[in-house]
Design a protein around this ligand. Structure first.
Ligand SMILES: *[C@@H]1O[C@H](CO)[C@@H](O)[C@H](O)[C@H]1NC(C)=O
Ligand SMILES: *[C@@H]1O[C@H](CO)[C@@H](O)[C@H](O)[C@H]1NC(C)=O
Length: 410
């Protein structure tokens, strides 16, 4: 992207590498994220002439990869009229131009003038001149002014957010082994088996079960590409002392690739895959030892994960950053006598429709905050409670990424 806006104070987030590229600013500074991933805002004053103001406005908006105001609905009309009042803006430039061939007014993206303001309508709609520009007038009608008379106008623009494109196979940020319609991912940090399983759960999956050589090699290669040369945890766990293993995702135990001499009886009960050579052999490790998680999940599984959540853990809305349409409640508890402080690291929600509501305590406590739009690195605290509920309540979540939060005791 050509533009870079001062925004996120990025810290080192130890998280799945797949998510990091998607945590960045979206709307230009000072713009409001309103609906369907459309940012709207004031660009600048323009000193020009009636004839040229449209081109100058289009240039200004192009600087942020946006375009001047285009109106196709009552919602947009009312939004801009309100904005116009707030700016006491006499000359609010519209993205309307005269089609030199048909001599009809049209929007700059070529779309027809299909919304007609109730009062006054649109000037020169069916016969227009080349040296005119249109303005949103105080009474709502689209007023055209022409010729070389000087004008000081207000350029407002809209910018459409570009969403990360999901992979199409439903794996969305996970890798597809192109074999059995399952999706895999390997974590970036070493953690014990239980935490590794929680990491996978967080992404709607489980620690990986392995059912053939192909899957085994796929996971090993993925681990290597993530820099995990010291092995990864698989979803295998042993019952009792013998070589009686099962998969945490409840799939059938129908394949094994143990290193010679393993599993060692009486030793560790958790299964890890040796990534240091191409054989990708398994050993039984202590469950408290540290390896990165190798996770598996079904395509399109964006279930709301139940927690519990650890302090400092990075928590995202289900499907983040590809799909923000799944609602989810998150409950946090800290030590008795302490308060909960949640940090909204990243929120991208349509202010028309999607809400993030933060409650003092779990059950119907006071609302600490009810926020939407774009937020980065902002903290909210409970008043006295050591519990907090955070509800992600999208109404559509159209063309936005959703949220990432974390919490601490204070
Ligand atoms: C004018 O309108 C015609 C017919 O709708 C269209 O094909 C053409 O692209 C328009 N011209 C410009 C400059 O947009
Ligand atoms: C949060 O704010 C929105 C918009 O103002 C409102 O519609 C919604 O009811 C509020 N939610 C709660 C739980 O108060």
């Amino acid at each position: 992207l050509a533009h870079s806006y001062a925004c996120l104070k990025m810290r080192s987030i130890l998280l799945f590498v797949v998510i990091l590229p998607f945590i960045h600013c979206s709307c230009p500074e000072g713009y409001e994220l309103v609906r369907d991933g459309e940012c709207r805002g004031f660009a600048s004053k323009i000193a020009s002439t009636y004839a040229d103001v449209y081109d100058r406005t289009a240039e200004k908006c192009a600087e942020v990869q946006g375009q001047p105001i285009i109106i196709h609905s009552e919602e947009q009309q009312q939004y801009w009229l309100k904005k116009r009042e707030a700016y006491t803006s006499a000359y609010m430039v519209l993205g309307m131009r005269c089609n030199t061939t048909t001599k009809h007014a049209e929007w700059m993206d070529g779309s027809p003038v299909d919304y007609i303001p109730k009062d006054g309508g649109v000037d020169d709609m069916t016969y227009c001149y080349d040296d005119c520009s249109w303005y949103l007038w105080h009474d709502g009608h689209y007023h055209s002014l022409c010729s070389q008379i000087d004008v000081s106008a207000d350029a407002f623009c809209t910018v459409q957010l570009q969403q990360p494109v999901a992979s199409g196979d439903g794996c969305d940020g996970f890798g597809d082994d192109a074999d059995d319609r399952m999706c895999y991912q390997v974590g970036t940090i070493a953690e014990n088996w239980q935490d590794a399983q929680k990491t996978c759960k967080f992404f709607g999956g489980d620690l990986a079960s392995v059912h053939n050589d192909k899957e085994n090699s796929f996971i090993r290669r993925m681990a290597v590409s993530r820099g995990q040369m010291n092995g990864v945890f698989l979803g295998g766990i042993r019952f009792g002392d013998e070589s009686d293993f099962g998969w945490v995702d409840s799939t059938t135990w129908n394949y094994a690739n143990f290193k010679l001499g393993y599993p060692e009886t009486g030793k560790g009960s958790c299964l890890s895959l040796d990534t240091s050579n191409t054989a990708g052999e398994w050993v039984n490790s202590e469950c408290g030892s540290s390896h990165a998680a190798a996770c598996v999940r079904n395509p399109k599984n964006h279930a709301c994960p139940g927690g519990p959540w650890k302090e400092g853990q990075y928590i995202t809305s289900p499907g983040f950053p590809f799909d923000a349409s799944f609602p989810c409640d998150f409950q946090f508890t800290v030590a008795f006598g302490k308060r909960v402080e949640v940090e909204v690291i990243f929120l991208e929600a349509n202010s028309c429709c999607d809400q993030l509501v933060i409650y003092d305590s779990f059950n119907g406590g006071n609302i600490v905050a009810n926020v939407t739009g774009e937020i980065q690195n902002k903290v909210y605290k409970t008043r006295s409670s050591n519990t907090m509920k955070v509800s992600w309540m999208p109404d559509g979540g159209v063309n936005v990424r959703g949220m990432m939060i974390t919490y601490h005791a204070v």
